[in-house]
Design a protein around this ligand. Structure first.
Ligand code: NAD
Length: 464
């Protein structure tokens, strides 16, 4: 007989944990955050090994982009949580005086967090920080496509947290489907837009709110007002980090033919300075997570002459940092999120053409621009829509805790990080309190005698 409890029983146990009221106190919340911090520190070596097994991540990169990101989020939250949770007073209109009004943050209940494989630790545990800080019970669903990381989290994390209120459920599509049949109070999903539609449809059955952290094609605009060599370094770093498997990685570059030509040479130098002459030989450059992803990416390069790179090795799931020029806007590589170490450069006639092209596609998760032209910056900011904008820098906006992180349209809805995470996982409850005496409301109660009607109309005129 299988001794593992059914998914519905595990979810019910966690709901009982929430219903017991244990998750509400500030003390419980801070204890969980301390536990999470201890897990990340004490299990750091196991986590680094797992991330190397899953994605060939260099341990320093794992600290920088996974473990360290969550630790920073934990510290930021612990030091501010008490003040974030204070009721926020709100002004009351004179007509209602005397009265007081405030907004309080209330835990939502049981939260489901579903995460993908590319940053399998960060994207599961960073939302967990907000969910715990907001006083929720949590069901965590790591990605089956990063099995080593999933296993370490499932094995060790429950030892550091209140296991009556937090559970890790491993598995693939079947388990996620079973989970989605349960009722949650919030679903936080990070992954692709196809599955996001499945998650949204399942959530809609219970009117469960969802946060969708999705991807898309994040453009980079480069013009001739900047130092192209410095810009190339920032672009190459953001693009080739985690072998291009980063949701906010630059997906493609838009530049005039002249800038594009200079950029290719600068990118060649940038790649060599980051990963040496043969990136395959450094442990600083990652590998593609799965065979399916490797095949998809190989097909994008096959039959083309790359301006830089283009090589690959199936046995290692290695794809060389690659730059493609002569890219047509209708090419396959421009019809999908690349999500790998392939950077197409699409030529444009200028800023108008670049903006028109960006607007013709889905709203991206991030837009990057390397320009010192104030008008170009303003126009990109106001004439395009994206989850975030980075001027002179790629990817790093997600490490600013005060900036909400999330997409818009096809790149997602809702956001998190820092205080926004606590708000995402809370209900903002409106509270109005008015003494029974003096009964000022008596002035607007029926019957609407001519005198009272004229008083009410006068009042409304003064208020409008
Ligand atoms: P994935 O395949 O690991 O899927 C994510 C989760 O969805 C997994 O837990 C998986 O079990 C579940 N899932 C998969 N198929 C399902 C189905 N049919 N029904 C129910 N659940 C299912 O990851 P992915 O989607 O390949 O991740 C890559 C995508 O995620 C890219 O588009 C990337 O841009 C995006 N992404 C976004 C962010 C962000 O923060 N906005 C971060 C990372 C990745």
């Amino acid at each position: 007989m299988d001794a593992t409890p059914a998914i519905s029983e595990l979810v019910k146990a966690v709901r009982d944990g929430f219903d017991s009221g244990r998750t509400r106190s500030l003390r419980w919340r801070l204890q969980q955050l301390d536990g999470l911090r201890a897990f990340l520190v004490e299990r750091g070596p196991e986590l680094e090994r797992a991330l190397r097994d899953d994605l060939a991540k260099n341990p320093t990169e794992s600290q920088l982009t996974e473990i360290g990101v969550v630790l920073a989020e934990v510290s930021h939250t612990i030091s501010r949580l008490r003040s974030w949770l204070r009721p926020r007073p709100v002004a009351v209109p004179l007509a209602l005086a005397p009265a007081s009004a405030s907004v309080i943050l209330e835990p939502l209940g049981v939260v489901l967090i579903i995460s993908p494989w590319n940053y399998p630790l960060q994207l599961l545990l960073s939302p967990l920080v907000g969910a715990l800080a907001a006083g929720n019970a949590v069901v965590l669903k790591p990605s089956e496509l990063a099995p080593a990381t999933s296993a370490v989290i499932a094995r060790f994390l429950p030892r550091y947290l209140d296991d009556r209120s937090v559970v890790v459920i491993e598995g693939g599509v079947a388990e996620t489907t079973e989970l989605l049949a349960e009722r949650f109070d919030h679903i936080f999903y990070t992954g692709n837009a196809r599955v996001a539609r499945i998650v949204s449809a399942a959530a809609a059955k219970n009117l469960t709110p969802v946060t969708l952290e999705l991807g898309g094609k994040s453009p980079v605009y480069v013009d001739d007002t900047v130092d192209i060599v410095a810009a190339a370094k920032r672009i190459a770093w953001g693009k080739f980090l985690n072998a291009g498997q980063t949701c906010v990685a630059p997906d493609y570059v838009l530049a005039t033919p002249d800038v594009a030509g200079r950029l290719v040479e600068a990118l060649r130098g940038a790649i060599a300075s980051l990963y040496g002459e043969d990136p395959r030989r450094t442990t600083d450059f990652g590998r593609i997570a799965t065979d399916a992803q490797f095949d998809r990416l190989s097909a994008l390069v096959s039959g083309r002459t790359a301006a830089i790179g283009g090589g690959s090795d199936e046995a290692e799931r290695y794809i060389e940092p690659t730059v493609l020029t002569d890219v047509d806007r209708t090419d396959d590589v421009m019809a999908q999120e690349i999500f790998g170490p392939i950077l197409p450069i699409v030529t444009v006639t200028g800023l108008d053409d670049a903006i028109a092209y960006i607007r013709s596609g889905d709203k991206p998760l991030a837009l990057y621009a390397f320009t010192n032209d104030k008008t170009a910056r303003r126009r990109l900011l106001t004439e395009t829509s994206s989850g975030a904008v980075g001027f002179g820098v790629t990817v790093a906006h997600l490490s600013v805790p005060g900036l909400p992180f999330g997409g818009v349209g096809e790149s997602g809805s809702g956001s998190y990080h820092g205080r926004r995470s606590v708000e995402t996982f809370s209900h903002e409850k409106a509270v109005l309190s008015k003494p029974l005496r003096p009964d000022t409301l008596g002035l607007v109660y029926p019957p609407y005698t001519p005198k009272r009607a004229s008083f009410i109309r006068g009042l409304l005129r003064r208020l409008s």
